[in-house]
Design a protein around this ligand. Sequence first.
Ligand SMILES: C[S@@+](CC[C@H](N)C(=O)[O-])C[C@H]1O[C@@H](n2cnc3c(N)ncnc32)[C@H](O)[C@@H]1O
Ligand code: SF4
Length: 372
Amino acid sequence: MKKELYVYIHIPFCYKKCPYCAFVSYEKHLNFLDNYVMALIKQIRNFDGEDYTVKTIYFGGGTPTVLKVKHIEKILKALEDAFNLKIEEMTIETIPNNVKSNYIKALKSLGFNRLSIGVQSFRDEKLKTLGRIHNSKDSIQAIETAFKYGFDNISIDLIYGIGDSLSTFEGELDFALDLPIKHISTYMLSIEERTRFFELLQNGKLNLPDDGLVSDLYLMLCEKLNKNGFEQYEISNFAKSGFYSKHNLAYWTYKEYVGFGVSAASFMDRKRLKVTDDLYKYIRNPTASTCVEEILNEEDLIKEMFILGLRLKKGVDLYEFKRLFGVDLLTYYKEKISKFLDLGFMKIENNRIALNGCKAFLVSNAIFSELI
Ligand SMILES: C[S@@+](CC[C@H](N)C(=O)[O-])C[C@H]1O[C@@H](n2cnc3c(N)ncnc32)[C@H](O)[C@@H]1O
Ligand code: SF4
């Protein structure tokens, strides 16, 4: 029987680098697109995909919608040739500016059934601070256009933790709730090294809210979205019933995935692999740009699967865990689990162990680092 596989394609180009973003994406490099797509195709063709059935494809970035339709067609053709495709979900990330009717219709006819739009905020002042090249009107228009041309499964990304008060951010969420979207990914702003925001912060020129307000923003958004029909299925991800992201769920449930393109990660046969971050090196030699970063032993697998599972609201099935690893988590992590149960940060229900609601999600990083 063929094994399930989940495919990620990284498109490392943006029109303009956002000052907070540390993802591998190059600005002012759009003239490399043709060569990049050729390299991607080479890398895909070089992969021995015969034993796999692909369930989801995710074009992420960067800004994948810098690609022309002909580029996407070629990439999909290469995937079709390399794998047995049984696609349940095919997503492409986009910025609002690129959601134009002809392009959207073409994406739909190529088989994309999910669109992830980087809205970030519905307030123009905040969008300016974030250095975005679109305004809130562009985002609303993008969502309406995508919906009109058949995208029923629209996700938006929202950032918080800069230029927000509780009431302004609540206003943004209220606004989002009235739009024809099915999924919201929320991002607490993190200040990453080698970004403009990092520099500004070092020089005392970036005004950030205190941790207390950021925590309150998170707790408010959880309550608001949960109350209004968006189920929180993961720490930061919310969806209408039936619209959880199948691709992202594969990461959190420890499925095997393969990434093609600059900086893309893969997890297969207990190995973590990663493609080079260097665009030039990749274009020169895409089939020799991947390195094994880590080979996971049994203990690593147990820890990682437990931690990834705890990101999900439903947590980890204790029977299933035992079946897979022969390990009883409650014995394996006896002291730590009983500590978090006593503190009210974990719960066990119906033979599942999970973090106990939003207050526990809020401190999830501290909990995970104790489990490592
Ligand atoms: C790789 S981006 C792709 C989407 C698209 N390029 C865009 O920006 O609209 C995925 C998401 O990561 C989030 N993100 C990037 N850098 C971040 C940071 N430093 N802190 C929080 N969220 C961040 C943004 O919300 C963005 O929508
Ligand atoms: S946030 Fe998105 S658009 Fe901005 S630089 Fe990062 S990948 Fe590009």
